[in-house]
Design a protein around this ligand. Structure first.
Ligand code: NAD
Length: 353
């Protein structure tokens, strides 16, 4: 089915997850000339409730499917005449990659490879030769700053930093980045990669750091913090990330990598205490005292560190800001507050409890 209204059809992978679902909503609001096809196989991290605001849009279609299924991908490319891919689908939780790395190798490496193969054969006639009319079809790979490894107290990751992944998650993302780059150098496929720092915001799976703090607190369970809580992450609000992907997809240079970060380094201790302070304001003191605590901070508990836990990530965003004019605009404390309120709100509370 070539789209009857001549809309350009983009394939978004992993759009039922945290960043993908925020991005779909962002893109549909901003552009009316795209039709977006979301392929997601709904692992524990995919949730169709993340998409309730867009599920009835004429410009949106959901397909439950696996990105490792080549036949299905070929059918989707042919049926919808796919003209661009923005690839979010991944196994994304470092702890899971330590206990069971298989799915990370399968989805993050084999899945990315399968998508590249199908895009290449649908869009191109041979190395360096796009089919007529398909010349601007682009493959945007969403990746992480974790591919660069761990930093000491000083310095930042730039696009020229050597890859030094240290967990099966980051190693699988690094591998997929390399394969994506090879399709540019070998076949001339129009690829682009963004490597982003830690995101926060609504719709994130409950196992991740900030939702985990909130879920534990609301259940009056201890709030686990790895090691001594001094690990540092560069936090970026998810809509800032969506804006970054948008500018890179539309204006970034073919074959290039752009780092996206929040310029917002925080120790885990700061984040957990801040979330607890916000919860203390929202949840009445009576409720807390009935559960034996005065403040949610009383529930913080330091647990044995994650093996190979990276100390610090920090991203230099000079390239994307100078070339494409992007910079993060959201305030950390304000959007963290909105995030906590989203998770504790009556409607959304069922996501966690
Ligand atoms: P997520 O785990 O919330 O969502 C991943 C989605 O992919 C889920 O909906 C899941 O069902 C789907 N999926 C998994 N395996 C699939 C398969 N084989 N076929 C089809 N769908 C599959 O992840 P997220 O946090 O939204 O991250 C999205 C992307 O951004 C990932 O590639 C991740 O590496 C990258 N990233 C995330 C962060 C972050 O802080 N969350 C930071 C930088 C980069």
């Amino acid at each position: 089915m070539k789209d009857s209204l001549n809309k350009k059809v983009l394939l978004i992978t992993g759009g039922a997850g945290f960043i993908g679902s925020n991005f779909l909503e962002f893109l549909l609001k901003k552009y009316s000339h795209y039709k977006l096809i979301n392929i997601d196989n709904l692992t524990y991290a995919g949730n169709l409730e993340n998409l309730v605001h867009i599920e009835t849009s004429n410009n949106y279609t959901f397909i439950k499917g696996d990105i490792c299924n080549r036949e299905l991908l070929e059918h989707i490319f042919n049926f919808y005449d796919i003209r661009g891919v923005i690839h979010f689908a991944a196994e994304s939780h470092v702890d899971n990659s330590i206990t069971s790395p298989n799915n990370f190798i399968r989805t993050n490496i084999i899945g990315t490879f399968t998508l590249l193969e199908v895009a290449r054969s649908y869009w191109m006639m041979g190395p360096g030769k796009y089919k007529k009319g398909y010349e601007d079809c682009r493959f945007h790979h969403i990746s992480t700053d974790e591919v660069y490894g761990s930093l000491g107290k000083e310095g930042f990751f730039t696009e020229r930093s050597p890859y030094a992944p240290r967990s099966p998650y980051s190693a699988s993302k690094a591998s997929s980045d390399m394969i994506v780059k090879s399709y540019y150098h070998t076949y001339g496929l129009n690829i682009i990669i963004t490597n982003c720092s830690n995101n926060y915001g609504p719709k994130q799976a409950r196992e991740k750091f900030i939702p985990k703090i909130i879920e534990s607190a609301l259940n009056y369970n201890s709030i686990p913090v790895y090691g001594d809580g001094t690990n540092v992450r560069d936090w970026l609000y998810v809509t800032d990330h969506c804006r970054g992907i948008d500018v890179v997809y539309h204006f970034g240079k073919i074959g290039e990598t752009y780092n996206i970060g929040g310029n917002n380094e925080r120790q885990n201790n700061y984040v957990v205490e801040k979330v607890c302070e916000i919860l203390d304001e929202i949840i009445p003191l009576d409720d807390r005292e009935n559960n034996g605590i005065k403040s949610f901070k009383d529930l913080i508990s330091y647990v044995k560190d994650r093996p190979g836990h990276d100390r610090r990530y920090a991203v230099d965003t000079t390239k994307i800001s100078q070339e494409l004019g992007w910079r993060p605009v959201e305030n950390f404390e304000e959007t963290l507050r909105e995030t906590v309120i989203w998770y504790t709100g009556d409607i959304n509370r069922k996501v966690l409890l």
